[in-house]
Design a binder for this molecule. Structure first.
Ligand code: PLP
Length: 388
């Protein structure tokens, strides 16, 4: 039997990406400016309903988002703990302090209760580091929820709390292009949203990202800051610190092609999830992330929880290693930021929901380009480990 590597999530090109790239070469728009850049932004605007600035990557988009929300040294940013480090690192680029927030058990994203508790602690001077050091009383500067694995966070409650305390939201929708709540796209609930087109995401430009917003003014500012903050003058004149964060016109061409196939990619990822679900739904000790009514996940990655107390000792590591043996890639869920060595001094508010998700959670191969043959191999390995 063929033993080629089955990846967790690999790039999947459609029929037209190469044509757009060739067009960039033919017209010599091989630069971080050009018609594909503008057209890709327009595609994103039509799809999400928000203005878009396309950038070099999602991390850069998060960084500019924090800058535009005026996050500065020693400010507090309330950040979902259960996420990829790229959500939190830009907070530190700004010299601000990440305050990590636990997840809730339904969507695995930012827990509204813990969020409210964190805001109250920040305001009243009850926020502490893990060693007990108290931090000064201050209103947080931003709330940073994440739509993990494509599942929308509980934005109704989170937006409600943000409005009540008048704190802006920077939404990390890097994994959630194509996800929505009541047909409102992830990334459009807060002041600013962030998308990623990294190689492993639901669509890719090899690397790339976007900052989106209902405010055309904020998006225009992102374009300005991402192109070295050049003032309107014939010479190089600067009244701001700039960044070199703009997307290349060549890569924007790939993005235009990928936008044409995005609905197919979402359908394929959701179909993957259904396949896993039907195989494993009767296995004792297997848990799933829930898609509440009105919520729609792009199912970027198919994830399962494995409780070894109920599976005769089969843990997520047992399953991961069994898949690895057959050259099939699977990964534990994101390790929460408050458990990371680099953030060991950062304040954390919540209980142990995120920690338990990390202990028990596994991401299964989820590419939109998985073949029936791939699934035969994956299922054979899963059946063996669960004695199905
Ligand atoms: C991928 C990802 C990012 C970063 O995007 P890049 O384009 O890789 O810089 C940020 N947050 C989350 C949750 C991600 O999954």
């Amino acid at each position: 039997m063929n033993n080629e590597k089955i990846w967790l999530s690999s790039p999947h090109m459609g029929p037209n990406e190469q044509k757009f790239v060739d067009e960039a070469f033919a017209t010599n728009w091989v630069a971080p400016v050009g018609p594909h850049v503008n057209a890709f932004e327009e595609d994103l605007r039509l799809y999400t309903g928000s203005y878009a600035a396309v950038l070099s990557n999602g991390t850069a988009a998060l960084h500019l988002g924090l800058i535009l929300l005026d996050v500065k040294r020693d400010d507090y940013v309330l950040c979902q703990s259960m996420t990829f480090s790229a959500s939190a690192n830009p907070i530190v680029y700004q010299g601000a302090i990440p305050v990590f927030i636990d997840s809730e058990e339904t969507t695995w994203n930012m827990c509204p209760k813990a969020l409210r508790e964190a805001i109250e602690r920040c305001i009243s001077g009850r926020l502490e580091r893990p060693d007990g050091t108290l931090l000064p009383a201050k209103k947080p500067k931003a709330i940073l929820p994440v739509h993990l694995y494509g599942m929308p966070a509980q934005m109704d409650e989170i937006v409600g709390i943000a409005k009540e305390y008048d704190i802006p939201i920077l939404e990390d929708a890097a994994e959630a292009l194509g996800s929505h709540i009541d047909n409102k796209s992830c990334g459009t609930f807060g002041e600013i949203g962030v998308l990623s087109f990294n190689g492993n995401k639901i669509i890719t430009t090899s690397s790339g990202g976007a900052m989106i917003s209902h405010s055309s003014e904020l998006v225009e500012k992102a374009r300005f800051l991402s192109t070295q903050a050049r003032d309107a003058a014939p010479h190089y004149q600067h009244s701001h610190i700039g960044y070199n964060y703009r997307m290349s016109n060549v890569l924007a061409g790939i993005g235009r092609g990928q936008m044409q196939v995005l609905p197919d990619r979402v359908a394929a990822r959701r179909a993957n999830y259904e396949r896993y679900r039907s195989l494993l739904s009767d296995v004792e000790g297997i848990g799933w992330v829930h898609e509440p009514k009105g919520y729609f996940s792009n199912r970027w990655l198919s994830t399962v929880l494995i409780d070894p107390a109920k599976t005769n000792g089969v843990s997520r590591e047992t399953v991961r290693l069994a898949l690895e043996k057959d050259n099939i890639e699977a990964r534990p869920l994101w390790k929460p930021m408050h458990m990371q060595p680099i953030f060991s001094e950062a304040p954390y508010v919540g209980e142990s929901v995120a920690e338990n998700l990390f202990e028990q959670g596994l991401c299964l191969p989820s590419g939109s380009n998985l073949t029936d043959e791939d699934f035969v191999r994956i299922f054979a390995a899963l059946k063996k480990v669960f004695s199905l």
